[in-house]
Write a protein that binds this ligand. Structure first.
Ligand code: AG3
Length: 278
């Protein structure tokens, strides 16, 4: 049996599956969990690969440590989405963290990941973590100048995640951030989501002074060439704490200080797609 993610009839990814572990239609989306031959357990939402046990470290290390090593003394972080807990696990590696708030719209994702992905959910019961299961957009409205970092760990811009790629959302993020804060959103693949990347980085550039797209090689996402985009009024990912980055890297399988610098180097065709300001 094969799991196949189809990229708009343009291409597809196939993963050999040992067995299907779970299947349900939640209030928000179709959730499927498989045991694969090579990548461990696989979670898909509406048929799209979210993570496997074997490769999740790339995405989760890169969406967290790039911005966290750029903030002097990160204390409060908000994760919008990220119900698998992988981002939360990485954030807590930074000693200065006092509070991590995760706001996931679909509690079923987290409940099921606790069963099938114990290595990503392992820190969700840490006393510094607060879990909320509601619409991230609405949830954030209650905050002003509070977070050092806001991470959008969303699915593609279809289904429940669409609003998270738009300017209104980035304005809310800015309001919830401390004045010197930074945001980062997963920003899709330049091969298959060119228009999304252009519109979302353009929308970020309307709200923040610095917009910086960087690369994470996520094997099982469309094309494998995946991007994340950070935005801030004062911080630049180039000015990061190399010492802390090296220390954190001892616990990582992908991220390290050389990757931190190298991830910011964009191929020419990607530079043309995004609104990089620095
Ligand atoms: N966020 C999902 C990225 C989108 C993948 N897209 C796709 N397969 N078409 C990852 C959730 C992990 N915390």
């Amino acid at each position: 049996m094969w799991f196949v993610e189809n990229y708009d009839e343009k291409a597809s990814l196939g993963l050999k599956v040992k067995k299907k572990l779970h299947e349900e239609q939640s209030k928000f989306q179709k959730i499927d969990i498989y045991e694969t031959e090579f990548f461990g357990n696989l979670l898909t939402l509406d048929g799209l690969v979210m993570l496997t046990e074997k490769d999740e470290f790339v995405y989760h290390e890169m969406i967290t440590h790039m911005p966290l090593c750029t903030i002097k003394n990160p204390e409060r972080v908000l994760v919008i989405g990220g119900g698998d807990g992988g981002a939360v696990r990485e954030i807590l590696k930074h000693d200065s963290i006092k509070e991590v708030v995760m706001c996931e719209i679909d509690q079923r994702v987290t409940d099921l990941c606790r069963i099938y992905f114990p290595t990503t959910t392992c820190k969700l019961d840490d006393p510094r973590v607060k879990l909320h299961f509601e619409d991230g957009f609405k949830f954030m409205d209650g905050y002003e100048g509070y977070f050092d970092l806001i991470i959008t760990d969303s699915s593609d811009p279809v289904g429940p995640g669409v609003a998270l790629f738009q300017e209104d959302y980035y304005r809310l993020v800015k309001k919830a951030l401390k004045p010197g804060g930074i945001m980062v959103s997963q920003s899709e693949s330049p091969w298959y989501f060119e228009d999304t990347m252009t519109s979302m980085t353009g929308a970020m550039a309307n709200v923040f002074k610095n917009v910086q797209t960087y690369i994470a090689l996520v094997t099982l996402y469309p094309s494998g060439l995946w991007t994340m985009t950070a935005a801030s009024d004062s911080l630049s990912l180039y000015d990061f704490d190399e010492k802390r980055s090296a220390k954190i890297a001892e616990t990582c399988k992908y991220y390290n200080p050389e990757i931190h610098k190298g991830a910011l180097a964009l191929p020419n065709f990607v530079k043309k797609i995004v609104h990089n300001t620095k």
